[in-house]
Unconditional design. Structure first.
Length: 312
């Protein structure tokens, strides 16, 4: 009995020892990986950040000046934000004691073999971005206008709407004027809230991580306008547009996975290109009443590709 207990104890000690070795090995791996990033810099050893960059951190912009091994950061009003030392590693950047993954992009350098030295008419950017441990990106641009463009884009993302507290418990981000900016909920079938009067561009776009699991959207009569690109690259397969919607803009349902769309008998303004896609629709079924003005409009402005009209 005593011998059996000793054997069990030895097994436990051996397993504990192996576990400690694994943990220690992982620790050394992480330490060495970070150290190697700054000792063996690879391509990044030729990169210089010296000069002025415009930093975009979600919805805030800063002016950052790099010189030698130091950086100085101020907000757009000239108030000091940060300052300290920096070092470039291989796809890594150290700002003071913090280390980040880094991606550097010089579009003029990348495209020179294709467009040559004549860069007129091309908006070629030079920028880099860092990624923190949670996957958040912070951009740095050489050109202030490029930074402003990125800022505008950021202010249309889920991250911005979340920071601004705009998403409700169901996952709808609706502004004060009743525009549905985004839906990031998980429901397979949704009816838009009564407060929505307009659906914004990319509100259901999977490219923006929206409505990823939603398959059916019902658009009630309180919605008056469906903007261009509202369902761009959407995972939604069925859309029901109820009577009362007044305007559907071009590309509203373009480049989406919509297979069934139900339309009322009459919509005052419909764009002939509301279903337009680069490759044409595939297996789209348009449900509408036989002899209605909607059916007549579809027949006079048929979408390109494989579609059929299904009469109610």
């Amino acid at each position: 009995m005593m011998k059996s207990k000793i054997l069990k104890l030895r097994k436990i000690l051996i397993l504990d020892g192996i576990l400690l070795l694994v943990i220690f090995g992982m620790f050394l791996f992480v330490r060495c990986r970070h150290r190697d990033a700054f000792t063996d810099k690879g391509y990044y050893k030729n990169i210089s950040l010296e000069g002025t960059w415009y930093k975009v951190d979600l919805d805030e912009m800063y002016v950052v000046r790099f010189s030698d091994d130091s950086f100085d950061e101020k907000d757009v009003y000239g108030e000091q934000s940060k300052k300290g030392k920096y070092e470039i590693g291989n796809h890594a950047l150290r700002l003071d004691s913090k280390e980040y993954s880094m991606k550097y992009v010089d579009e003029e350098e990348e495209w020179k073999d294709i467009i040559g030295s004549d860069t007129d008419g091309y908006q070629l950017r030079k920028y880099f971005y860092t990624i923190d441990s949670e996957g958040n990106k912070v951009y740095y641009f050489r050109d202030e206008e490029d930074a402003a463009d990125q800022l505008d884009y950021n202010c249309q993302t889920n991250a911005y709407y979340k920071k601004a507290g705009m998403f409700d418990e169901q996952g709808f981000a609706i502004d004060e004027e009743g525009m549905l900016l985004a839906y990031n909920g998980d429901m397979q079938e949704i009816v838009l809230p009564s407060s929505v009067t307009e659906i914004a561009e990319n509100a259901f776009s999977a490219d923006y991580d929206r409505a990823l699991n939603t398959r059916k959207v019902i658009i009630p009569s309180n919605v008056k306008k469906i903007d261009s690109g509202a369902f761009f690259f959407s995972n939604v397969s069925t859309v029901v547009v109820q009577k009362g919607v007044e305007r559907i803009e071009e590309w509203a349902f373009g480049d989406s996975n919509i297979k069934d769309i139900h339309l009322p008998d009459y919509i005052p303004e419909m764009s002939p290109s509301m279903f337009e896609t680069e490759e044409g629709v595939k297996g789209l079924r348009i449900h509408c009443t036989s002899g209605s003005r909607t059916e007549q409009f579809i027949k006079e402005n048929p979408p390109e590709g494989d579609y059929e009209i299904v009469n109610k």
